[in-house]
Design a binder for this molecule. Structure first.
Ligand code: FES
Ligand code: FE2
Length: 364
């Protein structure tokens, strides 16, 4: 990884070239719409990407994602019923197939061609289902960001979910910013040494990641499952923007008081941070926390999940307050000043803005 010493990067002032909570959402991308478990033979509605979708499984088990709003009088199709591979609106009874085409209207012989709801291409990679909200002709299979390790038998994982009343741009910025661990999370994730550790940054186009390496005692979330409480550990933490709908955090934990040969495999943590805008100001947030240690121990899952929720509640608070204050005081949006540790977030915001502008230009 070619890294740029963060200290050498000059702070950049707020700029129209950076995405913020009012930048149009990026539609030509994959976003998680549900966990695999949520999609069943019962229609299920959720608001995502400034629209509402209904989800269900077809008779062959494939996930189907359709516009939730019936094209007759906008009744939610999620309140309708499945009939084989079709869904019948619960208001006046038309039936739509899995492509969104209306195939039957009660008491009418012919169905006009323009009676249809949108169908969103969906792909399942357990434990999540992803959908594409952009131009169907531009579906990019290679851009689906599901990480191979998520759901692999080589890792144990647990899932969590929070609704954030805040912008997904601020979520990404928070996740790329390791400098907040010591202050926002002093009792959950952070240790005082974190704030002083040098940062290695990569910001080459779409490759945006940041790493910190700190010798410290681990917070309980890791020291308890590893039984390393009070021991000195080299903790390497990485944070990587992958796509508008995915961010990955990595942790490598090396105990400095135990011979390396006695701690094989080296404990690793990977967190898939799944970020799906509901609107520009509200975000679905799933997290899948994967580990290669303390395996097959449901009580460790519970312990770590509870600690994770406590920490992420602190991020939720921060992002919601940031969004609220910026909305309240939009006239002085330009007062934000950057400091060197913001560089990864700035690179990410520049990238999101460029993607959004590109889509806007292609619509004109
Ligand atoms: S609203 Fe769905 S059929 Fe009338
Ligand atoms: Fe955080």
């Amino acid at each position: 990884m070619a890294s740029i010493p963060i200290e050498s990067r000059r702070p950049v002032e707020n700029s129209p070239h950076l995405a913020d909570s009012h930048t149009p959402l990026i539609r030509n991308a994959w976003y998680v719409v549900a966990t695999s478990e949520e999609i069943t033979r019962e229609p299920f509605g959720r608001d995502v990407m400034e629209t509402s979708v209904v989800m269900f499984r077809s008779t062959n088990g494939a996930p189907v994602v359709l516009q939730n709003r019936c094209c007759h009088r906008s009744f939610p199709l999620a309140k309708g019923m499945l009939e084989g591979d079709s869904i019948r609106c619960g208001y006046h009874g038309p039936r739509y197939d899995t492509s969104g085409r209306c195939v039957e209207i009660p008491m009418q012989d012919k169905v006009p061609d323009n009676l249809r709801v949108r169908a969103y291409p969906a792909r399942e990679h357990a434990p999540f289902v992803w959908a594409w909200f952009g131009d169907p002709a531009a579906v990019d299979e290679a851009a689906l960001p599901h990480p191979q390790w998520l759901g692999s038998p080589d890792w144990d994982f647990y899932l969590g979910y929070l609704t954030i009343n805040g912008s997904y741009v601020h979520m990404h910025e928070n996740l790329l910013d390791l400098s907040h661990l010591s202050f926002l999370h002093p009792k959950t994730f952070g240790t005082p040494e974190y704030a002083l550790a040098p940062v290695e940054l990569t910001a080459n186009g779409t490759d945006i990641q940041v790493w910190r390496r700190v010798t410290c005692e681990l917070p309980d979330i890791y020291s308890v499952p590893l039984q390393w409480k009070g021991m000195k550990v080299l903790r390497s933490s990485g944070s990587q923007f992958v796509a508008p709908g995915l961010h990955v955090n990595s942790g490598i934990l090396k105990n400095l008081e135990i011979l390396e040969a006695e701690q094989q495999p080296i404990p690793l943590v990977k967190v898939a941070q799944i970020i799906t805008p509901e609107t520009r100001l509200k975000t679905h947030y799933w997290f899948a926390v994967c580990r290669n240690f303390a395996r097959n121990q449901p009580e460790i899952d519970n312990f770590m999940r509870n600690a994770q929720y406590a920490a992420f509640a602190e991020d939720k608070f921060a992002i919601e307050q940031i969004t609220r204050l910026k909305e309240l005081d939009r006239d002085s949006d330009g007062v934000e000043r950057h400091i060197p540790t913001d560089a990864p977030g700035i690179a990410m915001r520049r990238h999101l803005k460029a993607l959004s502008d590109l889509e806007g230009a292609s619509r004109q």
